[in-house]
Design a protein around this ligand. Structure first.
Ligand code: COA
Length: 335
């Protein structure tokens, strides 16, 4: 007979930022250890949403203490599962050995409840999630049983040991490489939609499919600290001669005082294979190293072999594998 759960699962909207703060502090610690990520900016943003009591999700409560949570956000017909986290038994906030419930059990129950709620919510026709903190395979069964497709992704690191002296702009004579500017949003949105046409990443992230969706992605990256703080100084665009259109783009955010994270790199199909991707990356790394950054990181879909090959050639190596999940019954098997 299955043992009864040792914890209660309650609606996240009943919990204030003050109650959730210790859990988010524990989570920030894990982000820092595993991914060199100072999560405090993201945690503060999340705490603001929690205080507005509108964030859909669940909390696990054990012996009167909050020991785990999961949340999602709605974007029209789509729900995005933002994060799931549970304290390991024995961590501050959980008493070792007091309960027989592991963090994995807490996470899987939270996930089960959220998926059940979302898949029964009228109007939700698509669910996306990328659980960066969790190892590849950790939640595969729960998602696959709920009808999701699961795609492996890699977190890669490039230690910027000494300032690279090489000027990344050499070898791209026909195109102008320059810093990201505020008026690049529209052209960058069109570029991303073009670059990801038919690409697996636009199956995983629906925003990439249209210029308008890509612009929403850009606004999230540039204006909000959900994925670190946008760093215009190391972000670059490549413009076509005599045109306002872009041929390539690299966006970088500061995820820790001395760690940059590439949130986007793309080159338009007709300019690929000419060293532009490499040039964008080298120029970003040169700028960061000059400013004292120690590391550049990124995430890539494991099956995107040309991108993984390019990053490995530059000096990146994979340090963590996680999963991206998609539930969209209208396009099942189309990837
Ligand atoms: C990834 C991307 C930015 C690369 O841009 P690019 O300008 O074509 O890249 P470069 O010409 O500088 O480098 C290509 C390098 O990739 C590597 N590469 C290409 N195909 C490869 C493959 N199948 N296996 C291994 N390495 C491969 C090669 O090392 C090549 O280097 P080389 O010039 O020494 O041969 C571009 O392909 C793109 O926009 N793709 C779509 C969007 C995307 O996938 N972005 C990355 C998301 S993480």
């Amino acid at each position: 007979m299955a043992s009864a759960l040792q914890f209660e699962v309650l609606d996240l909207r009943h919990f204030s930022a003050g109650i959730m703060r210790p859990l988010l502090e524990a989570e920030s610690h894990v982000w820092s250890e595993r991914l060199h990520w100072d999560y405090r900016g993201s945690a503060d943003l999340l705490l603001q949403y929690l205080d507005s009591r509108v964030l859909p999700g669940y909390v696990a409560v054990e012996n009167g203490r909050v020991v785990g949570y999961v949340f999602c956000v709605y974007e029209g017909h789509k729900a995005v599962i933002g994060d799931i986290f549970a304290l390991e038994s024995g961590e501050p906030g959980r008493i070792p050995g007091e309960s027989g419930t592991s963090a994995a059990e807490v996470r899987s129950e939270l996930l089960r409840r959220l998926l059940e709620m979302l898949q029964n919510t009228p109007g939700v026709t698509r669910i996306e999630s990328q659980l960066l903190l969790h190892a590849h395979g950790e939640h595969t069964r729960a998602f696959e049983e709920a009808g999701f497709e699961v795609y492996e992704r890699i977190f890669m690191e490039w230690p910027l040991r000494r300032p690279a002296t090489e000027d990344g702009t050499s070898g791209v004579p026909r195109l102008a490489m320059r810093r990201w500017a505020e008026n690049d949003f529209a052209a960058a949105g069109r570029l991303i939609a073009t670059c990801y046409e038919g690409h697996l990443d636009s199956h995983i992230n629906e925003q990439y499919r249209t210029a308008a969706g890509s612009q929403r992605f850009l606004h999230n990256i540039v204006r909000f600290p959900g994925c670190g703080y946008f760093d215009a100084e190391s972000s670059r665009t490549l413009s076509l001669p005599g045109s306002t259109e872009l041929a390539g783009l690299l966006l970088c955010s500061r995820v820790r005082e001395d760690v940059g994270h590439v949130t986007q790199i793309c080159v338009t199909p007709e300019y690929r294979g000419q060293g532009l991707g490499k040039a964008l990356m080298r120029e970003c790394a040169r700028n960061l190293a000059q400013r004292g950054f120690q590391m550049l990181t990124l995430t890539v879909t494991a099956s995107n072999r040309s991108a993984v090959g390019l990053y490995e050639q530059l000096g990146f190596h994979g340090t963590h594998r996680f999963d991206a999940m998609v539930w969209d019954p209208s396009e099942h098997g189309r990837a």
